[in-house]
Write a protein that binds this ligand. Structure first.
Ligand SMILES: Nc1ncnc2c1ncn2[C@@H]1O[C@H](COP(=O)(O)OP(=O)(O)OP(=O)(O)O)[C@@H](O)[C@H]1O
Ligand SMILES: [Mg+2]
Length: 405
């Protein structure tokens, strides 16, 4: 798929932008702070309803210069060409209110847009995928799971809501210092609900891990010239609670044997419920949910060593890049995709300048085959020859960021 038209109103540094895009590579060039990332962020936002940069939705609405009127909201509109008929996606971000969406000019829920425009973004922030806390990797898996099956967005939201409510119940039980019979029976109701939602989320994540696995190995091989093997494994807090041994990451059969039973949603839900029952006293003592999808981890290994804590800086970069490229390959090969065209738009935000020649070459080689690649760079020389294509220059003026050929 590719984006053929993009229009922005009051999104970040843009006042108004109307842009026609083509398949193949397109580069956005300009010095720091001109609006390059803002532009690709808008496209990615339409695809996931979240930003690859930290920040709240309120930061997405243009802040007008003092003395000029402050816009009430931002609008992102894009036409996506895929399958037989293009889709027109529109999202209105209104400060302090729920977002509004339109799909093919009819009112829709924002969630209805999910899964239609697929994007994979690789940006310097992605080093966090390897280095930071497990929540970053859970989000990585959950975002991919939603892209593959948009209905999962509802399960994810439901799970997070139940998790928060159960946590607040545990906190009040802790504050009360004595758990009453009624508190315990309320807790059991939450156990069942949380277990059901968490089991669905876990099964979806394991599906992603298993589809992604061969691509991670393949892409890491391509970006690192094959010196080490990259491996991923889903580590469920449920298994740790049950006292299971962690499989050797290099033993593919053992890794699968640990993951596979967790794909059985009713069975996993029942096991989670049992685990929660066993943990009640400790959970009340700590005032926190101690087992479930929110405590799981996507572990990353180079050969048999955990990437976190062992891998060099360069290896961490290669692994982060491999995770994004693997996502791209996995989605591209997803035969059940909406409109039969699963190939995502590849967005490479400011990455070539920080890669060495070998990795730059490997990334450019993969990206050169993509149906559409949008890349940003500070100077023309940062764009690899294999990705020579259309170029736009992004500059910022009094009236907002501008994009010119
Ligand atoms: N809501 C907003 N309203 C107005 N300006 C904003 C808003 N959010 C961000 N900006 C401005 O946009 C600029 C950053 O734009 P962006 O991140 O796209 O730059 P860039 O061209 O990618 O630069 P770099 O090369 O440094 O990555 C900053 O100057 C910031 O002040
Ligand atoms: Mg930028």
């Amino acid at each position: 798929m590719y984006v053929s038209d993009l229009a922005l109103d009051d999104f970040r540094s843009f006042h108004q932008l109307v842009l026609t895009l083509e398949p193949g590579p397109t580069a956005f060039i300009g010095p720091n702070g001109q609006g390059k990332t803002n532009l690709v962020e808008a496209i990615a936002y339409l695809s996931t309803l979240s930003s690859h940069r930290a920040g709240t939705d309120a930061a997405l609405v243009r802040r007008a210069a003092s003395g000029t009127p402050q816009p009430a909201g931002a609008v992102i509109r894009a036409k996506v060409v895929h399958g037989e008929r293009p889709s027109v996606l529109e999202l209105e971000l209104i400060a302090g209110r729920a977002n509004r969406a339109r799909l093919n000019r009819a009112n829709a829920r924002p969630r209805d847009l999910l899964g239609i425009l697929r994007t994979v973004v690789f940006a310097p922030e992605d080093l966090a995928l390897v280095r930071e806390q497990p929540s970053v990797r859970r989000r990585f898996l959950d975002d991919l799971a939603v892209t593959l099956r948009p209905t999962l967005a509802g399960v994810r939201a439901e799970h997070d809501k139940i998790l928060a409510q159960r946590a607040s119940l545990l906190k009040s039980a802790r504050a009360a210092r004595a758990s009453t019979a009624s508190m315990l029976s309320t807790l059991e109701v939450w156990d069942a609900q949380l277990a059901a939602a968490a089991a669905r989320l876990i099964a979806a994540r394991i599906d992603v891990v298993q589809r992604l696995r061969p691509w991670v190995a393949d892409c890491y091989g391509r970006v690192s010239e094959g010196r080490t093997d990259a491996r991923i494994a889903y580590r469920a807090s449920l298994l740790a609670h049950e006292g299971a041994d962690e499989p050797d990451p290099a033993d593919a059969a053992a890794v699968l044997a640990a993951e596979e039973p967790l794909r059985d949603v009713p069975a996993t839900a029942a096991r989670l419920e049992t685990a929660m029952g066993e943990l009640h006293a400790r959970e009340i003592d700590r005032g926190a949910n101690l087992v479930g999808a929110h405590r799981d981890e996507l572990e990353l290994f180079l050969d048999a060593l955990p990437a976190k804590g062992f891998a060099s800086h360069g290896e961490q970069w290669s692994l982060a890049l491999a995770l994004r490229l693997a996502s791209y390959e996995m989605l591209r090969h997803d035969v059940d995709a909406y409109a039969g065209d699963g190939e995502p738009v590849l967005i490479l935000d400011d990455v070539f300048a920080s890669l060495d020649d070998a990795r730059r070459h490997a990334l450019a080689g993969i990206a050169a085959d993509a149906q559409q690649v949008l890349l940003t760079a500070a100077v023309d020389d940062d764009v690899p020859a294999a990705l020579a294509g259309r170029r736009f220059h992004v500059t910022r003026t009094e009236s907002g960021s501008q994009v010119q050929p």
